[in-house]
Write a protein that binds this ligand. Structure first.
Ligand code: KIV
Ligand code: NA
Length: 265
């Protein structure tokens, strides 16, 4: 199998082929997602919510992200593996950013890192890129700044924030980022940014005009029943399927139906 590289993602944009992306945080899920032909797997800091049960992405640590990334990398044969640098490991200190990115690359074997923000973290982005580490940007609703926003609603609806987002996206491209995630912004702004940039954009809740799409895998598989924003399309109802399976197992154990003779030694 030919591995997906940042250059292949660029070629996809150049020829108008949309880029498919999902998150994964562990070996078993990453194996399934990769085997199904996804182009990019993000080891997102959404692991903080989905895997650890935290309310926000802020508590997850660099060590925990490296644990998740290491497990994912072991399973992946084709997709590009990108890892979120967690909150508190890169903002406001470019040498710490570089140290964090190097640890992720060295200890997990991932192929790239992602950082949230624009001009505020330019120094960190430049420094990480200077070490030869591919960087994906992330603009719009950046969950590590949730306490600044105070809400998970759509960003950049007003002109000022939209203008800054476009400037930040251009800055990321000029610095050498290979792609930019656009989260929860108006579809019209996604179109403008995607047409203004040479590098591919990847949208989540950002409309159809991004060069690629990403979802949290547990959300699209319906493992997370309570989370149902309008941008989410459910491709399975694993919550129900798994609930039924466990119920049946409990029933069989109680009824002394499991294990039967064939299942015993
Ligand atoms: O952590 C994450 O899952 C993400 C994606 C939603 C882009 O950053
Ligand atoms: Na993230």
């Amino acid at each position: 199998i030919k591995r997906v590289t940042t250059h292949i993602l660029q070629e996809m944009k150049n020829r108008g082929e949309k880029i498919s992306c999902l998150t994964a945080y562990d070996y078993s899920m990453a194996r399934i997602v990769d085997a199904a032909g996804i182009d990019l797997i993000l080891v997102g800091d959404s692991a903080s919510n989905v895997m650890a049960g935290h309310e926000t992405t802020l508590p997850i640590t660099l060590d925990q992200m490296i644990y998740h990334a290491t497990s994912v990398v072991k399973a992946v044969k084709r997709a590009l593996v990108v890892v979120d640098i967690p909150f508190g490991s890169y903002q406001g200190n470019s040498s710490e950013a570089l140290r964090s990115a190097i640890r992720i690359m060295k200890e997990s074997g991932a192929h790239a890192v992602k950082m949230e923000g624009g001009s505020e973290i330019k120094e960190s982005i430049v420094r990480v890129l200077s070490a030869g580490i591919p960087v994906m940007g992330h603009l719009g609703l950046t969950p590590q700044s949730i306490y600044k926003f105070g809400t998970y609603s759509v960003r950049a609806k007003e002109e000022e924030e939209a203008d800054k987002l476009l400037e930040d996206a251009k800055m990321l491209e000029a610095c050498g980022a290979f792609s930019v995630v656009l989260e929860k912004i108006p579809a019209s702004l996604t179109k403008l940014v995607s047409e203004s940039l040479t590098i591919p954009t990847v949208g989540i809740g950002a409309g159809a005009d991004a060069d690629g799409q990403i979802l949290v895998v547990h959300d699209m598989l319906g493992i997370n029943k309570e989370f149902k924003p309008r941008f989410l399309r459910r491709y399975a109802d694993l919550d129900s399927i798994m609930n039924d399976a466990v119920k049946n197992y409990v029933k069989d154990v109680k009824a002394q139906d499991f294990p039967n003779e064939k299942e015993s030694y």
